[in-house]
Write a protein that binds this ligand. Structure first.
Ligand SMILES: *[C@@H]1O[C@H](CO)[C@@H](O)[C@H](O)[C@H]1NC(C)=O
Ligand SMILES: *[C@@H]1O[C@H](CO)[C@@H](O)[C@H](O)[C@H]1NC(C)=O
Ligand SMILES: *[C@@H]1O[C@H](CO)[C@@H](O)[C@H](O)[C@H]1NC(C)=O
Ligand SMILES: *[C@@H]1O[C@H](CO)[C@@H](O)[C@H](O)[C@H]1NC(C)=O
Ligand SMILES: *[C@@H]1O[C@H](CO)[C@@H](O)[C@H](O)[C@H]1NC(C)=O
Length: 572
């Protein structure tokens, strides 16, 4: 009897668990997409996007039980009451002039910014907690983010998600760590956040050996709140995990590329949890820059008209194509690349430092507008506290002619407490090169503040240039109301938001001669070592006179003994 009782209890428990898991409706979805674009410069860019949408209000009781959404991230969002979070880990520089615009902009190094809920009172404390938690989640050194390298820019960032109240930038924090780079140890935790991990689906293509030898690679995590219905009475949480790669395809003679060549392996199947699992190839440069055939033939070819630009896109549904096993897409060129005129992107920028010596310098940012209209841009300069800049030295010129900025927002840095924050709104005239420059002094730090390789120099984070482009030429970004790459097809809008990031700059600050103490130590040690032996020898040994008594009789006896008994006695 007790046995059967136990069985019924177990059975009923199982039934309860089973029915629970079936009835509890998680109401979430996952999409995986890969967008490949052969660039006019001969490079090939590949952009992975994994989108998880979770239709729940952002409240603790819902966030505790996740299904497709990574629980580790859900807990962090809940704990720190975040409305929006953007992290990117990037190696390499996106070349806007020759590659156009990426789907997601990211500056070299690590960049993070977050919008905290308006109920968060002590934003700085939550920011510190958030970056520490994320550094554990992503194995990145985000714990180096503190108030000395964080700021709340007034114009450059707007919440990308829905907001019930007008936003207040006091809830925003932005920071960049230009020295942090992405590597394998960041990729593994990134893949762990995906519902299928790296077991199945497009994420199986993310092999570190084929990612870290690209010209540019960027890993991004973007969380925001979006409207759950058209009236926007309910919100959902959207998580976009992105990886952008740029391969140099010019080193090969025949320029052919394939999924197997780019990622080291073919695709075995789609993630079973994914609703949409697609590969898109932008074939617009076929017949102008290259001529190639795709094998196998795409399942569908769609035309996207966006902001006056026509794009032809080949679509492969991974679910269909992997039915018969391993699958790879190959582009076979019938003619080698023709050197055509590469029209540069309409807005681009670069930054450098002029001056010599280790005391003073001048920071120069050049903004290029190739459009026939004037474009208003927001320029955010993020200058670390150890480079003191002088506001009165700002010069904005175009062919020796001064340009007045429309708005200047500045807050001076404080040593070890806050960076210099400078934000300007500048109107760039049509077809122009505008030069912004500011003078700065290099500070002499305390000796403990230098990193172990002090003579390597210090990195300065990228400047951010934000603009609304009037046309979508070379633009691949998603519209603000879209979650998947599919939503960017035919998405014509009045303006196209771009945020360009400039180069990070390596500055050699005045460095004390760290080799001096080292030399002194070496010299002193050598002298001590040389002196120690004889001194020790002399001071520990007693000098005794040794008297050797030998007369001629003894010598003879010894000699005879030696003759008679051989060597043995001689030794005795
Ligand atoms: C930008 O787009 C134009 C027209 O679509 C194209 O001719 C040009 O090569 C593109 N430039 C870049 C840098 O992608
Ligand atoms: C933004 O928040 C800060 C601090 O909470 C407050 O002082 C400021 O008035 C707010 N600004 C607006 C426009 O609401
Ligand atoms: C590229 O153009 C050639 C010639 O017009 C055509 O045969 C080929 O199918 C095109 N390739 C793609 C991928 O559309
Ligand atoms: C985009 O619009 C064009 C013209 O209206 C249409 O032919 C095309 O099918 C649309 N593409 C998509 C993906 O909806
Ligand atoms: C120490 O002294 C002895 C003789 O007193 C000498 O043979 C030996 O080489 C000395 N050792 C050193 C390290 O100077």
């Amino acid at each position: 009897m007790p046995n059967s009782n136990k069985l019924t209890i177990i059975a009923s428990l199982l039934i309860i668990i089973f029915t629970n898991s079936v009835t509890s409706n998680y109401d979430d979805s996952f999409n995986e997409e890969l967008f490949i674009k052969p660039l006019p410069s001969g490079h090939v860019s590949a952009h992975f996007q994994f989108t998880t949408i979770w239709n729940i209000p952002k409240e603790t009781k819902y966030l505790e039980h996740s299904h497709l959404f990574p629980r580790g991230l859900a807990v962090i969002i809940d704990r720190h009451n975040i409305d929006e979070l953007h992290i990117s880990l990037t190696e390499g520089l996106w070349r806007y002039k020759t590659w156009g615009y990426p789907v997601v902009d990211a500056g070299p190094g690590t960049e993070i910014y977050a919008w905290f809920n308006e109920n968060v009172k002590n934003v700085d404390q939550e920011w510190k907690g958030l970056t520490n938690a994320l550094s554990g989640l992503l194995c990145a050194s985000l714990n180096f983010v503190d108030s000395a390298n964080s700021m709340s820019p007034a114009f450059s960032f707007r919440p990308l998600g829905v907001n019930s109240k007008p936003y207040n930038t006091s809830q925003l924090r932005y920071s960049s760590l230009p020295r942090e780079i992405v590597c394998t140890e960041n990729l593994t935790p990134f893949k762990k956040l995906l519902p299928c991990d790296s077991k199945k689906g497009l994420s199986t293509l993310l092999n570190s050996a084929y990612i870290h030898n690209t010209n540019y690679h960027s890993v991004g995590i973007h969380v925001r709140l979006i409207c759950a219905n058209s009236a926007c009475t309910k919100t959902s949480i959207e998580l976009k995990q992105t990886i952008t790669l740029v391969y140099d395809n010019m080193i090969d003679y025949n320029q052919d590329w394939s999924i197997r060549k780019l990622f080291g392996m073919g695709l075995q199947g789609s993630c079973p949890l994914a609703t949409l699992s697609n590969i898109y190839i932008d074939t617009s440069t076929n017949n102008t820059v290259h001529i190639y055939q795709l094998t196998p033939k795409p399942g569908d070819v769609i035309v996207s008209l966006r902001g006056g630009q026509r794009h032809e896109i080949a679509v492969y549904d991974v679910k269909k194509f992997t039915k018969n096993g391993l699958f790879s897409i190959t582009a076979v060129h019938s003619k080698s690349r023709t050197t055509s005129i590469n029209y540069p992107a309409i807005l681009s920028a670069n930054r450098y430092v002029v001056g010599f010596g280790q005391e003073k310098g001048s920071l120069v940012t050049k903004l290029y507008n190739n459009h026939w209209q004037a474009i208003d841009v927001v320029l955010l300069e993020n200058i670390p506290w150890y480079l003191s800049v002088y506001l009165h030295t700002i010069k904005i010129t175009r062919n020796e002619e001064n340009i007045e900025p429309l708005v200047v927002k500045y807050s001076p840095g404080k040593e070890r407490l806050q960076p210099y924050y400078l934000e300007l709104i500048i109107r760039l005239p049509a077809h122009s090169v505008t030069k912004f420059s500011i003078e700065m002094d290099y500070l002499f730090l305390k000796w403990q503040e230098y990193p172990p390789d002090a003579n390597h120099g210090f990195y300065m984070g990228p400047a951010i240039i934000t603009a609304y482009l009037p046309i979508a030429r070379n633009y691949t970004g998603l519209p603000i109301d879209g979650s998947t790459i599919t939503s960017s097809f035919n998405a014509s809008r009045p303006g196209y938001l771009v945020q360009l990031r400039t180069e990070t700059i390596l500055i050699s600050l005045p460095t004390p001669d760290f080799s001096m103490p080292y030399n002194v130590i070496c010299l002193a040690c050598t002298a001590v070592a040389l002196a120690f032996g004889p001194l020790h020898n002399i001071s520990t040994k007693r000098l005794v006179l040794k008297i050797i008594k030998t007369d001629w009789k003894g010598k003879i006896i010894l000699a005879i003994k030696a003759k008679l008994f051989g060597d043995k006695t001689k030794q005795d």
